[in-house]
Design a protein around this ligand. Structure first.
Ligand code: NAD
Ligand code: MG
Length: 402
């Protein structure tokens, strides 16, 4: 008889977000397999309080001391013994604590880099949703994963699909594994068929109304510009050790084929499923086993049609900007990421037109001379410089927004 699996202790960074909540949904289905060690949340304190009451973690981490004080009082009143800490050092602490086996890295954006890196440096099983960490510091991050023998499992549905379609135990030997190409699918987002002229006037509400996935606001805008796929191309380069020219992007509006691997003998392996993030989350949580994720099985006859098309470079300039930054190397992807974060948040606050997002990124990449990304400080310095340049571009273009 197979021995019962060991109870795994998990920290969920970004527990109050879309990935965090989906992770806790899967965990709640398997209390015999997982114990929540720590949860973090930056806003939505009410949600963090409810999660603490439900999962009774040892630690909860908020953005600042004032939020921590409020949460502490709420939890005390509810009879919940969770200890409440705040700030970046506390995020790093819950990511690397020796009692933790597994860290779900689901903070959005550059804010996730240091805690996610801390989890890798301490050899955890790292469930990587925070793609921006790998975009900013891919080389450094992967070196830490290898040095500390961390287990890195992709949560992004495309990368999780590629991981499942590569040979078991794949360790980055593309040629030896007979891999010719990786094909990432993209839904094309809500503006796939809108005229290019109409794109300037789209609103944050339209951009966040993704046809297939309910996600956080930043990644929803990234999907609408296709920068999300650009970030994923860079993520794939580091996760699977593939060259930029070995990564192809195809538009697949149904979001059923989550990505594919093309082998030298002409075989193409793919992973399919309903678009539900609980599938890759459950896969990574249980790996190498399988767990019930609460996801209904795919009805192929209901889907009926799977279609594919090439991305339109005029409509989606962000995709090529990401390939450009990847080929340039060094700190260029960190610059791309920082400019994108600034532009997306300005768009969400109605300070920038939608099509200007790509303009801000292109001009910031032009303005900043790339340097080698040898240390974390190199990356953080490039991130800071890119934010200054992009903020000044955003204020220059602000008056266009009525
Ligand atoms: P979200 O906005 O729903 O949640 C983000 C989480 O990060 C929240 O818990 C928030 O409180 C926390 N957070 C935000 N700013 C922070 C800061 N400065 N410091 C600390 N914590 C902070 O985002 P999401 O959609 O869950 O995405 C999370 C990550 O997963 C992103 O990197 C995204 O690209 C990636 N991802 C998401 C999906 C999806 O379906 N939502 C799919 C693939 C990958
Ligand atoms: Mg994805």
């Amino acid at each position: 008889m197979k021995a019962a699996p060991k109870l795994r202790r998990i920290t969920v960074l970004g527990a109050t977000g879309s990935i965090g909540m989906n992770t806790l949904d899967v965990i709640a289905r398997h209390p015999d397999r997982f114990e929540v060690y720590a949860l973090s949340g930056h806003s939505q304190l009410g949600r963090l309080r409810d999660l603490c009451i439900q999962f009774t973690p040892r630690i909860a981490v908020t953005a600042d001391a004032a939020d921590a004080g409020r949460l502490r009082a709420d939890l005390h009143a509810a009879g919940c013994a969770t200890e409440v800490l705040s700030g970046r050092e506390a995020l790093i602490e819950i990511a690397r604590h020796p009692d933790v086996d597994c860290v779900m890295a689901a903070i959005v954006g550059a804010a996730g880099l240091q805690p996610t890196l801390a989890a890798a440096e301490s050899g955890k099983q790292v469930l990587l949703a925070n793609k921006e960490a790998l975009v900013m510091a891919g080389d450094l991050f992967m070196a830490e994963v290898r040095r500390a023998r961390a287990h890195l499992l992709p949560i992004d549905s495309e990368h999780n699909a590629v991981f499942q379609s590569l040979p078991h135990g794949y360790s980055g030997d593309v040629t030896g594994s007979g891999v010719r190409r990786i094909i990432l699918t993209a839904s094309g987002g809500p503006f796939r068929q809108m005229s290019v002229d109409a794109l300037f006037r789209v609103t944050p509400e339209q951009a966040c109304a993704h046809p297939n996935w309910a996600m956080g606001r930043k990644i929803s805008v990234d999907s609408a510009t296709m920068m999300n796929k650009g970030l994923e191309v860079i993520e794939a380069r580091w996760l699977f050790n593939v060259a930029p020219e070995q990564i192809e992007v195809v538009i697949h509006p149904q979001s059923v084929v989550h990505s594919l691997v093309d082998y030298v003998d002409g075989s193409v392996l793919a992973q399919l499923g309903n678009p539900d993030m609980r599938t890759p989350i459950a896969h990574a949580l249980a790996w190498p086993d399988r767990l019930d994720a609460g996801v209904r099985s795919l009805d192929l006859c209901e889907v009926a049609q799977l279609s594919f098309e090439r991305p339109d470079a005029q409509r989606f300039p962000c995709l090529e900007l990401a390939y450009h930054a990847l080929r340039a190397g060094g700190t260029a992807p960190a610059v791309l990421n920082a400019a994108n974060e600034e532009a997306v948040s300005a768009f969400l606050e109605r300070r920038l037109g939608f099509t200007r997002i790509a303009d801000v990124i292109a001009a910031t990449l032009d303005a900043i001379v790339g340097t080698p990304a040898a240390t974390l400080d190199d990356v953080l310095d490039a991130d800071g410089r890119a934010r200054l340049v992009s903020r000044s571009l955003i204020s220059r273009w602000r008056e266009e927004v009525v």
